[in-house]
Design a protein around this ligand. Structure first.
Ligand SMILES: [Zn+2]
Length: 169
């Protein structure tokens, strides 16, 4: 079953609330301690049936054109609260994931949801918003911390990989 949702810019992401942040941390901690190797991304999605989407092991299976990428200014809870990075994100991404029942789902995200999803998927592969910008865009303290292997981190951040969809039939 395809779940096709397209929404505007006024949607929010779960990291905007501390409760959900703690839920995310606890989930990852539980996964680590229990030996479960899973990626879990939660999107607060007011237009979905439950108002939220939990994506287990999400994979991007399609992206909009590179020429259509959108400029965003982002912040991140794992970085100093004053730090902002202006970066590019794909305008539209189609994601395949599993729900809690193990069923495969697909969803197409745009606007704020596409941005938020790509930010969180970056976390999952060890990429932060600092890896999307040049060292010359950072203040001296941040530059000192980030200068090691920054070129390789940027290359990873800019990779627009596409996964093959799972065979679900
Ligand atoms: Zn972040």
């Amino acid at each position: 079953m395809d779940l096709q949702l397209n929404n505007g810019e006024d949607l929010c992401f779960f990291f905007t609330t501390l409760d959900w942040f703690l839920w995310f941390v606890c989930t990852h901690a539980f996964s680590s301690f229990s030996g479960i190797d899973a990626s879990i991304i939660f999107l607060d999605h007011p237009n979905s049936i439950d108002g939220e989407i939990v994506m287990i092991n999400p994979r991007i299976i399609n992206r909009s054109r590179e020429l259509d990428m959108k400029v965003w200014t982002e912040e991140c809870l794992v970085l100093p609260p004053t730090f902002r990075a202006t970066l590019l994100r794909d305008a539209v991404v189609t994601v395949e994931y599993q729900n809690f029942d193990g069923d495969f789902r697909q969803i197409t995200l745009d606007g704020e949801l596409a941005r938020a999803f790509q930010h969180e998927l970056d976390h999952d592969r060890g990429v932060l918003i600092v890896d999307h910008i040049g060292l010359d865009e950072m203040d001296p303290r941040m530059r000192f911390i980030e200068h090691i292997d920054h070129d390789q981190k940027m290359e990873k951040a800019f990779t627009r990989f596409i996964s093959d969809p799972f065979e679900t039939s």
